[in-house]
Design a protein around this ligand. Structure first.
Ligand SMILES: Nc1ncnc2c1ncn2[C@@H]1O[C@H](COP(=O)(O)OS(=O)(=O)O)[C@@H](OP(=O)(O)O)[C@H]1O
Length: 293
């Protein structure tokens, strides 16, 4: 691909969103100081990132949970590599939440030496592809897909932000013992949000009572996030990132199996063959359909 792609910036073999990435930060990541009580959300794009940002903000900050202080979710859990609001990370009070799409080998080295916690959220890759395809059509910082066939090829070849989905999840899974990491599945969060919230808060060692859990769950549902300007990033998308057309949204459908409305039978079967080959030795569970257990 060379380094001439106007949308992708390749740094050490991984594709970042060129117009938003903080290259200075990338070059100094090894020295980035990680604190023991930092929390990192790690995802491949379109896997439930802003959802997890909202869940963690609600769990960790009482004033977010009970809405006594207005802070955008994005500022509670800012992206490390896409620091679009030029936040001073060093002066942020603990506990800091960071969000990243980076592969295991690019995150700050300090993440291995500290007790900092990582929550890795993964989603079935056909729904990731579907979500990414729709999002790429409407966001100006991403290359608009010509058609689905071309986009599926680009996705499978890793010529998208985040590079190859299979490499991202494999890398994090195979190196899981180097980190203090919890794997969460988007589909399980969708099917049982309450249990997922409890699982995350236990991992974070944050004691929540029943009323707190209710408040977290209620404000992390798709419906409520979609209508909550603090959580839906609608204004960020429109005013700080930039959109094509008027139907751009982070919270599009938020369901399981919407890929069936996009992929043809042939495309789906091709995808399955690649998935089976590339994931055969990764024992993570995947859910492809809303009715599947
Ligand atoms: N609360 C809640 N419940 C269920 N699903 C949710 C929720 N919040 C976000 N989403 C869905 O997550 C998809 C966006 O993924 P990301 O947030 O990872 O996108 S990004 O990488 O940060 O651009 C995108 O998926 P699609 O609707 O399939 O496009 C969002 O709708």
């Amino acid at each position: 691909m060379g380094d001439t792609n106007p949308y992708l910036l390749n740094f050490k073999g991984y594709n970042f969103e060129r117009s938003l990435v903080d290259v200075n930060l990338l070059e100094n990541l090894d020295d980035f100081e990680v604190r023991d009580d930092d929390i990192f959300i790690v995802t491949y794009p379109k896997s439930g990132t802003i959802w997890t940002q909202q869940i963690l903000s609600l769990i960790c900050f009482e004033d977010h949970r009970y809405r006594t202080k207005h802070v955008d979710t994005m500022d509670r859990a800012p992206f490390l590599e896409y620091n679009i609001r030029s936040m001073d990370f060093l002066s942020r009070p603990s506990p800091r939440i960071f969000t990243t799409h980076m592969p295991y080998y690019l995150v700050p080295k300090g993440l291995k030496k500290t007790k900092a916690k990582i929550i890795y959220v993964y989603r079935n890759p056909k729904d990731v592809l579907n979500s990414f395809y729709h999002f790429s059509k409407v966001v100006i910082t991403l290359e608009a897909p010509q058609d689905l066939e071309n986009y599926m090829k680009a996705f499978l070849d890793g010529e998208v932000v985040g590079s190859v989905w299979f490499d991202h999840i494999r890398g994090w899974y195979e190196h899981r013992h180097d980190f203090n990491i919890l794997f969460m599945m988007y589909e399980e969060m969708k099917k049982d949000l309450r249990s997922s919230v409890c699982k995350i808060s236990r991992f974070l060692e944050k004691e929540l009572n029943e009323e707190d859990i209710d408040a977290v769950v209620q404000q992390a549902t798709f419906k409520n996030m979609k209508s909550d300007p603090q959580a839906n990033y609608q204004s960020i998308l429109k005013n700080e990132i930039g959109i094509r057309g008027c139907d751009a949204q982070f919270l599009r459908k938020g369901t399981i199996g919407d890929w069936k409305n996009l992929l043809t039978m042939d495309q789906s079967e091709r995808f399955d063959r690649i998935f089976q080959r590339k994931m055969k030795d990764i024992p993570l569970k995947f859910i492809w359909d809303i009715n599947e257990e």
